[in-house]
Design a protein around this ligand. Structure first.
Ligand SMILES: *Cc1c(COP(=O)(O)O)cnc(C)c1O
Length: 426
């Protein structure tokens, strides 16, 4: 077979794009070389429906070992009793928990998408809003903090079967204990979706959801810096509180119901090559180096937030506890959409985002979200945050001036040359 230069040339171009730019999309990161190498391997050829030791296909002795290694390492990272590493993505992990726990039409309660929540927590355009009866809580107008009183009032009013906590654009820590308290009062289960801050939680730099939440889901490619994928965990296994039955009519432990919800519930064959890469990434997370990395993520986010505040930018909630910040651009007279478009011209990638109580549509938005996991992996420290904020401010204040933006792009490209990405790739 002839080498497909068309595709490989594009992959090479994408590497150059990643090298030259400042990557501030909060959900992105750069895996290590060995994580990427583990992902492109012969295990993609293997069918392995089922779980280690109980597969529906022959020849799974080896992939059983990589999957078991991924499970064991993930359990060790978070100190949990149960882990499923097969979800293809964060959205799949959430779908599996919903499938295991909910019946169609059951009430759920999650953070409103327009307030920083995620599509899979009940949005109308997602299965979670179509199959179930979604209700929402928000953040407070003054402080931009989770409105726990609203959450509690909603929980008492709608009696959800499942409460989602976790967000995509929320820069503060969560009070999981408080959510569990009202959940117990109304008979709800709690799922924490730590897709964003999982890396910080892994190294105990943020509150742990595990003792308080029945289920914890995550992506593996955001702050965890692994391959694109999802996981489901439980601090401890438990009998399902509603006596939910499997297809044979047996009442099963939650771990069985979750395993069955992933496969055969929503997925077929697991991506064994990606699971191998998850195992490698989890090994990296167990190292002390990863603690240093996450500490730097937090320091960089705080330094960046301080530099934005200094320049008169309005950060929702006034700052950050984690790796990201959401900025309300209304006092700067630029929309999120325009900001995103101007920044990308200067090789700075970030995404527009609705801010709480936004008066613009999701397509335009009043806000922009910045995250530091990727630039921290590139090697940036607190002292580099001032440069990053300066160039962003320069672009946003001159969004229609192509010559200024071109000058900034050159500054950005030159700046990034000191942070070499994948030097092994030439
Ligand atoms: C990113 C994210 C997800 C979904 O992850 P995918 O891998 O893109 O499906 C789920 N929940 C939250 C809170 C997220 O931020």
């Amino acid at each position: 077979m002839q080498r497909d230069t068309l595709v490989f040339d594009l992959i090479r171009k994408e590497l150059e794009r990643q090298r030259h730019g400042i990557e501030l999309i909060a959900s992105e990161n750069f895996t290590s070389l060995q994580v990427m190498q583990a992902m492109g391997n012969v295990m993609t050829n293997k069918y392995a429906e089922g779980y280690p030791g109980r597969r529906y296909y022959a020849g799974c002795e080896i992939v059983d070992q990589t999957e078991q290694l991924a499970i064991d390492r993930l359990k060790q990272i978070f100190g949990v009793a149960y882990a499923n590493v097969q979800p293809h993505s964060g959205a799949q992990a959430n779908a599996a928990v919903a499938l295991a726990v909910l019946q169609p039409g059951d009430a759920t309660l999650g953070l409103d998408l327009s307030m920083g929540g995620h599509l899979t927590h009940g949005s109308a355009v997602n299965y979670s809003g179509k199959l179930y009866q979604p209700h929402f809580y928000g953040v407070t107008k003054e402080e931009g903090l989770i409105d726990y009183e609203m959450l509690e009032a909603q929980a008492r009013a709608v009696k959800p079967k499942l409460i989602y906590c976790g967000a995509s654009a929320y820069s503060r820590d969560w009070d999981y204990a408080r959510i569990r308290k009202v959940a117990d009062e109304v008979g709800a289960l709690v799922m924490a979706d730590i897709a964003h801050p999982a890396g910080l939680i892994a190294k105990k730099l943020l509150n742990s959801p595990f003792e308080h939440c029945h289920f914890v889901t995550s992506t593996t490619h955001k702050t965890l810096r692994g391959p694109r994928g999802g996981v489901i965990m439980m601090h401890k296994d438990f009998e399902n509180p509603w006596g939910l039955k499997d297809v044979k009519g047996n009442i099963r432990m939650m771990s069985n119901l979750l395993d069955m919800a992933v496969f055969p519930g929503i997925q077929g064959g697991p991506l064994q090559h990606v699971i191998a890469a998850k195992a490698v990434a989890f090994g990296e997370i167990l190292s002390d180096e990863f603690l240093v990395y996450q500490q730097q993520v937090q320091k960089n986010a705080q330094a960046m937030a301080a530099a934005f505040v200094e320049k008169g930018y309005n950060i929702i909630s006034g700052g950050t506890d984690n790796h990201l910040m959401l900025i309300d651009l209304r006092n700067k007279n630029i929309s999120g959409k325009k900001a995103e478009q101007a920044l990308v011209q200067a090789d700075i990638t970030a995404n527009k985002n609705m801010v709480p109580f936004d008066d613009k549509s999701a397509f335009v938005t009043s806000g922009i979200r910045f995250g530091v996991p990727a630039i921290t992996t590139r090697g940036m420290k607190e002292e580099h945050m001032q440069f990053v904020v300066n160039v962003i401010d320069n672009v946003l204040m001159n969004a229609d001036d192509t010559s200024i933006i071109n000058t900034v792009r050159k500054q950005v490209n030159e700046f990034m040359e000191q942070f070499i990405l994948y030097p092994e790739m030439g």
